[in-house]
Design a protein around this ligand. Structure first.
Ligand SMILES: C[S@@+](CC[C@H](N)C(=O)[O-])C[C@H]1O[C@@H](n2cnc3c(N)ncnc32)[C@H](O)[C@@H]1O
Length: 214
């Protein structure tokens, strides 16, 4: 993994069609129903926090990049919150950047008193991994559902539900967000194969609802 300047990308992630909406975001908001407080881990452009606040939750955001303007600047692997501080701990489309996912999941489990909700791009094979890493050197890895279950259960959480959600968004904007162009972009497109069609890219996302204190 290469260290990149997320703050410099902040506006692109606020505007991003791939982040500001999607069935995965709707699923996460539905799963947070009935909760009072939430932590949005790796908030990026703040889309999870915005939607949870609209649903009436009190939300704290955190992210290591100051330019994302989180409430708290921190990495997921070391969350500066008390045990059981939030009803819901949510993390969407970010875990594939974490250097130590086991540590991050343990921290998310620790600071939740009720639910941990995770959405991330699921592992779709080595060619997609190569494409992701070429397009964005900060990509660490997408995980399979089995790997996710092992991380969550290893942190003492009980997986209650897992759903695959197809996510389609503008391909050119996706490349532009990380400055991927020219021959590199052509190579990424070739690796993604039929997932790129009609100017859009379709990736599979995994949404998981896990219970804390199980
Ligand atoms: C794709 S954006 C997040 C998208 C956002 N959650 C959403 O739903 O639109 C990825 C974010 O992960 C953050 N990030 C990278 N490494 C991290 C880490 N180790 N812990 C927490 N956040 C991290 C980046 O700063 C960036 O804001």
């Amino acid at each position: 993994m290469t260290s990149i300047d997320w703050s410099a990308r902040a506006d692109a992630y606020v505007e991003s069609d791939a982040h500001r909406e999607g069935a995965d975001l709707e699923q996460l908001v539905a799963w947070a129903g009935g909760a009072r407080t939430a932590l949005d881990v790796a908030t990026g452009g703040g889309h999870v926090a915005r939607r949870l606040r609209e649903a009436g939750l009190q939300v704290v955001t955190c992210d290591p990049a100051p330019g994302m303007h989180p409430d708290v600047i921190c990495r997921a692997e070391s969350l500066p919150f008390a045990d059981g501080a939030f009803d819901v701990v949510a993390c969407r489309t970010a875990a594939h950047h974490f250097a130590d996912l086991a540590a991050a999941v343990a921290e998310m489990a620790r600071v939740s008193c009720d639910r941990v909700l995770v959405v991330d791009t699921v592992f779709m094979g080595d060619e997609v991994e190569q494409a992701e890493a070429l397009r964005d050197p900060s990509h660490v890895r997408n995980y399979t559902e089995a790997e996710w279950r092992a991380f969550l259960e290893g942190a003492g959480l009980a997986v209650r539900e897992a759903r695959l959600v197809r996510h389609t968004f503008d391909f050119a904007s996706w490349l532009l967000r990380t400055g991927c162009a020219g021959e590199e972009a052509a190579h990424v497109e070739a690796l993604l194969g039929e997932r790129v069609a009609g100017g859009t890219l379709t990736l599979d996302k995994l949404a998981i609802r896990a219970a804390a204190g199980a």
